[in-house]
Design a protein around this ligand. Structure first.
Ligand code: NAD
Ligand code: WQD
Length: 675
């Protein structure tokens, strides 16, 4: 059974989805991305290390909404989807009523049709209106029985929806309805991967202050210091978004624990019960940032009131929920989110496109560094799909996902769990090919897997962009022992792609073995063949292999390569850098060493390959054959990694064995320049 989360790509929704999954729930997200980005969903998946089904639908579209209920068995709905800007709602009230109220009606109709009658609804403290109207402080902190009197169209939509839900419950007592009235949610996920990313000028205090701190806004305006508080600024009940997200789990569990036929309509305040002034929050955030942030006290903002502090007793007692995190925690997490993502989910030079209409989890991600260099990488196989240097393609790649699925040449793909050959694979209980070997990780290798992510970040100082993909490869996949988590990080800068691998054994075995590489076919000529490419190598030492089995004899021999002349013999050889140890499972502390330079006299393009790895397979693709697309000698591969079949050679073995608690790692860089 799944929990449907409407608005799950948004600020509070995304944090709640993470908490739901951490608590063992299965989740489907429905969001029209009106005020959010699919990158938030990719990052949710990255945090929880699993795929989360996502539907790009408007909740007012009953037909599309029904498809979700047809596809997944939904037990309950957490309903976040709404427009939420108070000021905007006074300008375009009809849009607010249509989206929020009409949207909820459609959602309830579809839920009813599929007999799903559990709902947790995002309401707001704004339904209480100005509680100072009672004059005697009898309603501060605010209890749930405080009469409602919202003062703006946004608040009124929440008030109307609460009433609709009440009427629905009155008409059919099977409905179990939790109304959660949030106070002021702040903060972000401590990973810094998800957070609040307001469109345009932020209206709320902390998002605005964060943008001042990161240099996007000049100064904070403090709206009035003549209120009756300890420092003259208004009092609010700020609550960390993670605590708020957990409140949804508590409410959901409360509903699930009711007897089957026992319905419910009940409101709960989600707040800390502690009020803080604008200056309290301002000082807490400045402390985290480490400096006084520019600010100015200006006149009061229309509609602001002195005090909105929750009385959270009902939620504390009934839901067994209370806040645990402080304003300081929220400021720290908000600052990490801001520093790591100074423009939120929006990254300069980055765009993506979906590779299949209904599934945004497999996309092609393009970084256009500048006019000379553009790289596209896809989720399938964390594959390098396109590289263009000075408007000419320098790597082989396809357009559609199907083309990748139809071929067996690992074009551009991440190769794992074990690049190159493993002999006597049967003994190791691996899936074997016709020669009794395992090649490039077997039938369901990394090249066939949809990686999660990417998390895309921009490093302005270095003028680079990083894309991080993640794959959790399960125990015994292709016979390999242990659950293996692998991070593939691409750093794209002007003219260069650096690839970093990092793997960890997550369970089900005490050790495993692996060898990761990238299988891009480079072609820096002006035509469809690599003929004429000149090569300069940092080594002429190569592993001798048996001509039949292609497996190493254990001997190192001399082999010189200076280029790929037309008609010359093909190369498929593992070159070794003897100065690099073959004892280390994580080579990332080694310097990146130049191992090969390729140039082509026609294009005058040079490719420089650097790696921290002890060896690389140089392959001239003499067997490449994709009809109508790529033929023999259409590209060459420089596959950095560990020695071929190291797992079966006593003296090389250590480099491919990953014990639990240790980390596998490597770095390789491909850089292009004009000569
Ligand atoms: P948000 O804008 O970040 O998230 C709302 C999400 O709903 C967005 O991803 C948006 O794209 C989506 N959405 C909007 N209309 C939709 C539609 N018709 N169909 C499908 N998706 C749609 O806002 P948030 O801060 O995460 O707020 C979530 C909920 O909590 C809202 O209902 C809001 O009113 C309520 N709330 C928020 C606050 C606050 O201060 N953030 C306080 C109290 C209550
Ligand atoms: C907090 C305090 C401002 C910005 C709003 C909605 C409410 C709920 C939560 C959805 C106030 C002061 C702010 C600035 C400032 N949302 N401030 N300078 O108004 O308490 O609540 O968000 O349901 O419905 O109304 O939150 O963050 O806007 O303001 O001095 O630039 O910060 O005056 O005292 P608010 P907020």
């Amino acid at each position: 059974m799944y929990i449907l989360v409407t608005g799950g790509a948004g600020y509070i929704g995304s944090h709640t989805v993470v908490e739901l999954i951490n608590h063992g729930y299965k989740v489907v997200i429905a969001d029209n991305l009106y005020n959010s980005s699919f990158d938030a969903v990719a990052r949710i998946e990255f945090i929880v290390k699993q795929h989360v089904p996502f539907f790009n639908v408007d909740i007012r579209d009953k037909e599309q909404l029904s498809k979700i209920f047809e596809t997944y068995e939904i037990s309950s709905v957490i309903h976040f989807a709404a427009l939420k800007a108070v000021g905007e709602s006074t300008k375009i009230p009809l849009k607010y009523y249509d989206n929020n109220v009409n949207g909820t009606i459609k959602l309830l109709e579809v839920m009813d049709q599929y007999n799903v009658k559990n709902i947790v609804f995002s309401s707001s403290a704004t339904v209480y209106g100005d509680v100072t109207r009672f004059g005697d402080n009898s309603m501060i902190p605010i209890p749930e029985h405080c009469p409602n009197d919202p003062t703006n169209p946004y608040g009124k939509t929440k008030y109307v929806i609460e009433n609709i839900l009440h009427d629905v419950y009155n008409s059919d007592n099977k409905w179990k309805t939790a109304i959660l009235r949030y106070f002021n949610p702040i903060g972000a996920h401590p990973s810094g991967l998800i957070g609040e990313d307001p469109l345009g000028i932020p209206q709320n205090l902390l998002p605005y202050l964060a943008q001042v701190a990161i240099g996007r806004r000049d100064k904070l305006s403090i709206f009035g210091n003549d209120y009756n508080s300890h420092d003259g600024t208004p009092i609010r009940d700020y609550i960390h978004v993670i605590d708020l997200a957990k409140g949804h789990i508590a409410a959901l569990e409360y509903l699930h624990n009711l007897q089957n036929d026992q319905g419910l309509f009940r409101e709960w305040n989600l707040g800390s019960g502690k009020g803080s002034t604008v200056f309290d929050v301002y000082h807490a955030f400045c402390k985290v940032v480490g400096r006084e942030l520019p600010h100015e006290v200006v006149g009061r903002r229309d509609g602001d009131v002195l005090d909105l502090t929750a009385n959270p007793k009902r939620a504390n007692e009934e839901l067994k929920w209370k806040t645990h995190l402080t304003i300081d925690d929220a400021c720290k997490d908000l600052w990490k989110w801001t520093v790591d993502n100074p423009s939120g989910y929006n990254i300069d030079n980055y765009s993506w496109k979906a590779l299949s209409a209904n599934d945004l989890s497999n996309r092609s991600h393009t970084i256009k560094v500048d006019d000379t260099f553009k790289v596209s990488i896809m989720n399938l196989g964390a594959t390098i799909q396109n590289v263009t240097y000075k408007d000419a393609p320098v790597a082989l790649g396809f357009v559609t996902e199907q083309e990748y699925k139809n071929q067996s040449f690992y074009i551009g793909a991440t190769v794992g769990r074990y690049a190159n050959r493993i002999s006597e694979a049967e003994k190791l209980k691996l899936s074997v090919n016709e020669n009794g070997n395992t090649l490039h990780g077997g039938k369901f290798g990394f090249d066939k897997k949809d990686f999660l992510g990417p998390v895309v970040k921009r490093n302005k100082k270095e003028n680079s962009t990083t894309l991080e993909f993640y794959l959790l490869d399960p125990h015994l996949e292709n016979g390999f022992p242990g659950d293996l988590g692998t991070l593939v990080k691409y750093t794209i800068a002007s003219g260069s792609i650096e690839i970093e691998y990092e793997s960890e054994l997550l369970g089900k075995a005490d050790e495993t073995f692996l060898n990761l590489t990238n299988h891009s076919y480079w072609n820096i000529s002006t035509g469809s063949s690599i003929d004429g490419t000149k090569i300069k190598m940092a080594t002429n030492k190569a592993l001798e292999v048996d001509s039949k089995s292609l497996l190493p004899t254990g001997k190192i021999v001399d082999r010189e390569v200076t280029g790929f002349a037309k008609g010359s013999a093909g190369i498929d050889t593992c070159f070794v850098l003897e100065q690099q140890s073959v004892q280390s499972v994580d080579t990332r502390s080694n310097e990146l060493q130049t191992v090969l330079e390729a140039t082509h006299p026609d294009s005058k393009v040079k490719l420089v390959v650097q790696t921290t790895e002890p060896s690389f397979q140089l392959y001239t693709a003499d067997h490449l054959d994709v009809p109508g697309k790529f033929g023999p000698r259409g590209g060459f591969c420089v596959e950095s990694g560990r020695y071929i079949d190291a797992i079966n050679q006593e003296s090389w073995k250590k480099s491919v064995i990953l014990p639990k608690g240790e980390t596998y790692g490597s770095k390789t860089k491909y850089a292009f320049e004009s000569v």
